[in-house]
Design a protein around this ligand. Structure first.
Ligand SMILES: C[S@@+](CC[C@H](N)C(=O)[O-])C[C@H]1O[C@@H](n2cnc3c(N)ncnc32)[C@H](O)[C@@H]1O
Length: 413
């Protein structure tokens, strides 16, 4: 086992606590918190990895804290215990006693001797009595999610989803036509929709640091993203609008399918995310228009409109395990109202006879089929041409996409 430099270990643990405080009771995503709450951004990977383990095993770790502590720890100490117990039980490269020592020193440095004593007592016991780990869905999935999914999936499907939740997602990337990953990347082809080429590699460092990455010849993406981009027919399409484009992943996929002379407008409400869209297009040598605007502020008529809307992310829990812990009835209501308004705004930009693709990375019916049903009931000039959902598995993320066509006879909006 690796003995980690104690400064590094202290910084990682302290930053993990900061990020957990910033995530709070579910107001912020783990990715956003990692982007903004770190004192040591150079250690982001290590801190992120620890917190990914935590959100996959949150149910176990939280229960363990309750068993070990004779009284409920105050939030600051609970966060410290959550982080260090995750290291002790789930991070195989870490010596449990060293992790415990670092946590006790951190508690001491906060200046409260009683708190440090408490942390010391809890952790000495934890290291002596490592409890067995159970991978059953009721020991892993957040209760709110388990309750919903039990009604929808068979025990076998639920167990498979749980296995996927517990396994870190493989590092996958899309390669442009004609690009072959060099042998040292040890890339293996991954199945996907449409004419795209996806690979999995156990060497993310080599891939991320490559010339091909800088030139945009490859793009880090999950194969499930090809579902939305492979549905529309491209033959009559000359004008494309992506209303939720940032950071450009699906626009890039469409660019591989579009005919010469087709234009694409990539719109998104987030100026910050659009900087990344611009950079992704620049690397690829694409001169698509990038605009910052809300979907309802957009104008013009397009042969193909893509609405890849914000969602609960329940289909991408392998990459965002914290999303399942943020999921709840109130969040679902809020996000479906937003999706409804974005889909309506996107539909208004579809030319008569044009196509509309609605997509999410959720597997909740309210965000997928039920949105499509509501839309069709309110827009009789649209017809559903196809729709499909992928369930998350150890091979790919979950996704949903629906292709709608506007009648050629309908009046322009
Ligand atoms: C799922 S992401 C899009 C991912 C993108 N299509 C890709 O493949 O790279 C959803 C996007 O919707 C945008 N969005 C547009 N209108 C929004 C609104 N009113 N509220 C929140 N997000 C909105 C977000 O900024 C975000 O970039």
């Amino acid at each position: 086992m690796r003995k980690v430099n104690s400064d590094t270990a202290t910084h990682v643990l302290a930053d993990a606590c900061r990020v957990l405080a910033s995530v709070g009771a579910g107001e912020r995503s783990l990715d956003d918190a990692l982007d903004s709450a770190l004192d040591y951004p150079e250690l982001r990977r290590t801190t992120g990895s620890l917190l990914f383990f935590y959100f996959r095993r949150k149910r176990f770790v939280d229960k363990w804290i309750d068993t070990l502590a004779c009284r409920p720890p105050r939030p600051r100490l609970r966060r410290l215990l959550a982080a260090v117990l995750t290291q002790i039980r789930f991070q195989s490269g870490i010596v449990p006693e060293s992790a415990a020592n670092v946590a006790v020193e951190l508690a001491k440095s906060a200046g409260n001797a009683n708190e440090a004593k408490f942390v010391n007592a809890v952790l000495r016991r934890a290291v002596r009595e490592l409890p067995p780990v159970d991978d059953a869905p009721e020991e892993v999935l957040p209760p709110a999610v388990l309750k919903r999914w039990r009604g929808r999936y068979s025990p076998e499907e639920l167990a498979a989803m749980c296995r996927a939740f517990l396994s870190p997602a493989p590092f996958t990337f899309r390669a442009e036509r004609g690009f072959e990953p060099p042998p040292e990347w040890e890339g293996t082809a991954v199945p996907c929709r449409g004419p795209f080429r996806f690979f999995e590699s156990p060497k993310p460092g080599l891939v991320l640091d490559s010339e091909a990455m800088r030139e945009g010849r490859i793009y880090i993406q999950d194969p499930a993203t090809t579902l939305a981009a492979s549905l529309p027919g491209m033959e009559p399409v000359r004008r494309i609008l992506d209303v939720c484009a940032a950071p450009g992943g699906k626009s890039l996929l469409l660019s591989e399918r579009m005919k010469a002379g087709t234009s694409l407008v990539a719109a998104d409400r987030s100026a910050r995310r659009q900087e990344q869209t611009k950079e992704n297009f620049r690397r690829r040598g694409l001169d698509f228009a990038v605009i910052t605007a809300e979907p309802r502020e957009l104008a013009g008529e397009f042969d193909l409109v893509l609405a890849d809307v914000p969602c609960s992310n329940t289909g991408v829990f392998r990459r965002r395990p914290d999303a399942l812990w943020r999921f709840g009835a109130a969040e679902l209501r809020k996000i479906t109202v937003l999706q409804h308004s974005i889909l309506d705004a996107a539909a208004a930009r579809v030319a008569p006879g044009g196509q509309l693709v609605y997509s999410t990375c959720s597997i909740e019916p309210e965000e997928n089929e039920q949105q499509a049903e509501r839309f069709l009931a309110e827009h009789p000039d649209f017809t559903r041409m196809a729709s499909e959902q992928l369930l998350p598995s150890v091979e790919s993320d979950g996704a949903y996409a629906c292709l709608l066509r506007r009648s050629a006879q309908s009046m322009p909006t």
